[in-house]
Design a protein around this ligand. Structure first.
Ligand code: GLN
Length: 519
């Protein structure tokens, strides 16, 4: 089996995920069977219970995993869906080892991090890797963190058993006062990695500017790698260009050579190039407001932003995306905050803060006939807004925010009551039946589609007739659960209970976003 391990040094948020995803794409473009794995050293079982402020969005896989957002990058660059098992957390492996110990699997032994935990981690890598020509494993965090040690130790041991390549992603700061790129932090970080027993085969240097030859040779010398294995990954505006930056310096060739894989397989990046050409040569712009509440962190809406960008590229439209704080709408009114936008998207979310602002945004878009898409919570609030302002039920709400309303138009399904909160939402891909003659049917041009979910509350069917009689169309359903609402007297007033943004890919944009961008 062949593995590439990607570690990080000096700083977090260096773009290891994008580096891993880009390498995945480059290797896959040579017709190799490649998969990407993300290791997260935190003790949560998955990203589902974490706050977007700390961790960015929770990415949902088709098989119902609540994963790290890097899995989203991987899916977008590889252009394929990944299973949830490709996101391994410390929480999962510790849970598993303790469970095995209780079962008696280690009877007589003292259960230890080395070898028991590291063996379990290695088994997981091998289980995934055995079906592929190459398995890339990104180890989250920064070398030197306490939490990541068992994973780095497992990665080191893998080198004794399998054919492995180690990439270290590091940071080379530019110090303005001396006008120089500084290599010392990278040197120290490589030393730290060596202390753990891993000698990197390549160093990917993140920096504001391209590396100078001097910096490159210094890093090569101190890290004991050939100069061609010091890769300059300087800042670019468009992350989808990064595969080309790595390819132009031959990082993928280096990996194939070391791992003994036939390098005569040529990269075919033609469709990716075409995508980039479209992305970088738009013919018009569209102003898009994403109304949410985690607006300080762009990563909280990562997939959504990318889905808009993909659709923008394919329609030669440059989306100018603003994250709009729904609390600002509460304070200053939708008229002031949202005027001038071509498209309004009400994002998913949890909790009471900013809810009334989102409802106001919906009213504004509905009355002024501005294209609006509500996603998950956004769709639920479109239902609430309709109930309040069209049906005249002023107290209408979702049970999530008001348990005593007489009009709980969004409610908790009986099977969701009293469940623990981790991993118990309605999760992952489910088949949705679309109603012929509706806008959503016309967008997908199909009777049924599979889309990903992550929610607990649902449209309350008790009020279905009232909504339909007042002009709202229920145009998609899954076994009695409402999935899509729309209003035919509006250019685009669509709410979806699912998350279309998770399945959009650069080369296969999602039809809902395509429609929004081409309008
Ligand atoms: N909070 C809502 C629910 O649990 C919506 C969730 C979401 O937008 N992902 O149903």
């Amino acid at each position: 089996m062949k593995f590439v391990f990607i570690t990080g040094g000096v700083l977090s948020s260096l773009g290891k995920g994008i580096t891993t995803a880009s390498l995945g794409l480059l290797l896959k473009s040579r017709k190799l069977k490649v998969t990407l794995v993300k290791v997260d050293p935190y003790l949560n079982s998955d990203a589902g219970t974490m706050n977007p402020y700390q961790h960015g969005e929770v990415f949902v896989t088709e098989d119902g995993g609540e994963t790290d957002l890097d899995i989203g990058h991987y899916e977008r660059f590889l252009g394929e869906n990944l299973p949830k098992r490709n996101n391994i957390t410390a929480g999962q492996v510790y849970h598993e080892i303790i469970h095995k110990e209780r079962k008696g699997d280690y009877l007589g032994a003292t259960v230890q991090v080395v070898p028991h935990l590291t063996n379990l981690i290695k088994d997981k890598f091998k289980e995934i890797g055995k079906e592929y020509d190459l398995c890339l494993v990104e180890i989250g965090g920064t070398v030197g963190d306490i939490e990541s040690l068992p994973f780095l130790e497992a990665a080191r041991q893998m080198g004794l058993e399998e054919n492995c390549f180690y990439v270290h992603v590091s940071y080379v700061p530019f110090v303005k006062s001396v006008g120089e790129l500084k290599t010392k932090p990278t040197q120290h970080s490589v030393q730290k990695l060596r202390e753990i027993g891993i000698q990197p085969d390549a160093i990917v240097c993140r920096s504001e500017y391209p590396l100078t030859e001097e910096a490159r040779s210094k890093i090569a010398l101190f890290s004991s790698v050939p100069i061609r294995a010091v890769i300059s990954a300087y800042d670019v505006d468009n992350v989808y260009r990064i595969p080309f930056i790595l390819a132009s310096q031959g990082l993928d060739d280096l990996i194939l050579e070391k791992l003994g894989i036939r390098t005569y397989l040529k990269r075919d990046m033609s469709s990716w190039e075409e995508f980039i050409k479209k992305l970088e040569n738009p013919k018009r712009t569209k102003k898009v407001a994403i109304v949410g509440k985690y607006v300080e962190v762009r990563d909280a809406y990562k997939s959504l932003i990318e889905a808009i960008i993909h659709a923008g590229a394919h329609t030669l439209t440059k989306p100018e995306i603003d994250l709009v704080d729904s609390l600002d709408i509460e304070e200053k009114g939708a008229e002031e905050i949202l005027k001038g936008y071509d498209v309004i998207i009400i994002a998913g979310g949890f909790g009471r803060r900013g809810i009334e602002g989102k409802i106001e945004a919906i009213r504004f878009a509905r009355e002024n006939k501005i294209p609006i898409l509500g996603i998950c919570l956004g769709m639920q609030l479109m239902t609430v807004e309709w109930a309040r302002n069209v049906l005249g039920w002023k107290d209408a709400h979702s049970e999530e925010f008001n348990k005593d309303t007489k009009h709980p138009v969004i409610h908790l399904l009986p099977e969701q009551k009293d469940k623990p909160l981790g991993g118990t939402m309605r999760l992952g891909g489910q088949e949705i039946k679309l109603k012929k003659g509706t806008m959503i049917y016309e967008i997908y041009k199909r009777n049924s589609v599979v889309e990903r979910h992550r929610h607990r509350y649902e449209f309350n069917n008790e009020f279905k007739k009232d909504f339909e009689n007042s002009g709202l169309t229920i145009s998609g359903e899954t076994k009695g659960l409402v999935e899509v609402i729309e209003w035919s007297e509006h250019p685009f007033f669509v709410g979806v209970q699912f998350h279309p943004e998770y399945s959009s890919k650069p080369l296969k944009p999602h039809p809902i976003f395509l429609r929004l961008m081409e309008m």
